[in-house]
Design a protein. Structure first.
Length: 336
C-alpha cells in the first residue's frame, strides 16, 4: 500500500452523513456566543471539550442541542457551513450532502428562512471558491411528533426546489420510523429523496421499517442490521447505501473500540457502505480522520478504500452524469 495518509487524502470522496450543527467547533461556539450575547454554560473552550465524554446517543444530543443555541443569524449559519466546507475540502471531499435540523432553531424563534438562506449561501460559495458541490437534507427530529414534522415540511415549501431530501434523526429508541410514515410519504410526493437514521442504537426492526414503511433511498448508520441475516440479504439485494460513521460509533459507545467496528465485515458481506463524520466537532475528527483511523484499526486494503470512495459517489444523490467524473478520477488513481 502507498503511504496511507497521502492515499486517503488524495482519494476523491463524498460525505453523505454530516449534521451541519455537529460541525460547530467550540472556538466558533464561543465567537458566536459573544457576537450574539448568548450565555454559555461553559467557561472556556477546554471546558467544552472536556464535556464531550458521552456514554450514549442521548448524552451527546443533550449537549449538541445546547451548543446550537448560539446560532441565531443568517451569517451564523453561513459561517458554520463555510468552516465545515473548508475542512472537508482539505480532506479531499468533492461533494457533501449535509443534514440540518430546522426544528432545533425554529423552536428558539429563529425563522426557517434564516437557517436555510445562511446554509444555501455557504453552499454556493463552497462550490465557487473550493470546488465542493453539496446538497441539503432537512432532518425531522424524531423525539417530536409527526404533526410537528408535517408543519416543518410545510414551512419548507418555498425551499423545495433547493432541498434534496428529508431525513430522520435525534433519539432513536422509542421513536421508530413508522411514526413518520405520513410525512415521509408527503415528502416523496413533493419529489424529495428520503433517508433515515436506523440501527445506530435501535434494533434491526427499525431498519426494516425504514425500508418497508418509509421506502427510504439510503440508511444512515445501519450497524445493527448485522444482527439479522435476512435484513443483510435484503440490503445487499437492494444495493442500499449505508452511511456509516466510525468515530461517532466509538464516541457514542456503539462500539467499544475501532478495531471492533463492523465496517470491514459489512464490506465483506457485500453491503454498500460509506465512511462519514456525523458530528465531527463532537466526535474527534472530520471525514479524513474517520477514514484514516478506520483504515488503520481494521487493516483496510487499498481495494477496500477504492470501493469506499466509489460507494460514496454511487450512493450520493448526484446524477450518474455528475458522479461520472469523480468515479473516473478514482479509477485513474486505482490504475496508477
Ligand atoms: N443528530 C445529530 N447526530 C445524530 C446521530 N448520530 N444520531 C441521531 N441524531 C443525531
Ligand atoms: Zn447522524
Amino acid at each position: 500500500m502507498r503511504d496511507l495518509e497521502t492515499f486517503i487524502a488524495g482519494l476523491p470522496k463524498a460525505e453523505l452523513h454530516l449534521h451541519i450543527e455537529g460541525s460547530l467547533e467550540p472556538e466558533l461556539m464561543f465567537e458566536l456566543a459573544r457576537r450574539n450575547n448568548v450565555a454559555l454554560p461553559f467557561g472556556s473552550v477546554d471546558e467544552v471539550r472536556a464535556a464531550y465524554a458521552f456514554s450514549n446517543l442521548q448524552d451527546f444530543l443533550d449537549i449538541y442541542y445546547q451548543g446550537a443555541a448560539v446560532l441565531l443569524t443568517q451569517q451564523d449559519f453561513h459561517d458554520l457551513a463555510m468552516a465545515y466546507f473548508r475542512r472537508a475540502a482539505a480532506d479531499g471531499v468533492r461533494h457533501a450532502e449535509i443534514f440540518f435540523d430546522p426544528q432545533t432553531h425554529t423552536a428558539r424563534g429563529v425563522p426557517f428562512a434564516v437557517v436555510a438562506d445562511g446554509l444555501l449561501s455557504a453552499m454556493a460559495e463552497a462550490e465557487a471558491d473550493l470546488g465542493v458541490t453539496s446538497k441539503l437534507i432537512l432532518c425531522f427530529l424524531r423525539h417530536l411528533s409527526e404533526d410537528e414534522a408535517l408543519a416543518t415540511l410545510d414551512e419548507a415549501t418555498p425551499y423545495l426546489d433547493r432541498l434534496c431530501g428529508v431525513g430522520l434523526d435525534s433519539s432513536e429508541i422509542g421513536h421508530p420510523p413508522a411514526k413518520f410514515a405520513r410525512v415521509f410519504a408527503a415528502a416523496r410526493e413533493r419529489g424529495l429523496r428520503l433517508v433515515c437514521h436506523a440501527g445506530e442504537e435501535g434494533p434491526p426492526a427499525y431498519v426494516w421499517e425504514a425500508l418497508d414503511v418509509l421506502a427510504v433511498d439510503r440508511i444512515d448508520h445501519g450497524n445493527r442490521s448485522l444482527e439479522d441475516e435476512a435484513l443483510v440479504r435484503r440490503l445487499v439485494d437492494l444495493g442500499m447505501t449505508l452511511t456509516v460513521c466510525p468515530l461517532s460509533n466509538l464516541k457514542l459507545c456503539v462500539v467499544n473500540d475501532l478495531s471492533a467496528h463492523p465496517l470491514k465485515r459489512m464490506l465483506d458481506l457485500g453491503l454498500t457502505v460509506t465512511i462519514n463524520s456525523d458530528d465531527p466537532a463532537y466526535f474527534g475528527g472530520y471525514v479524513g480522520e474517520n477514514w484514516l483511523q478506520t483504515a488503520r484499526a481494521l487493516s483496510l486494503t487499498e481495494a477496500d478504500l477504492l470501493t469506499l470512495a466509489r460507494n460514496s459517489f454511487t450512493g450520493s444523490f448526484l446524477s450518474p452524469d455528475e458522479a461520472a467524473p469523480h468515479l473516473a478520477a478514482i479509477d485513474a488513481l486505482a490504475a496508477k
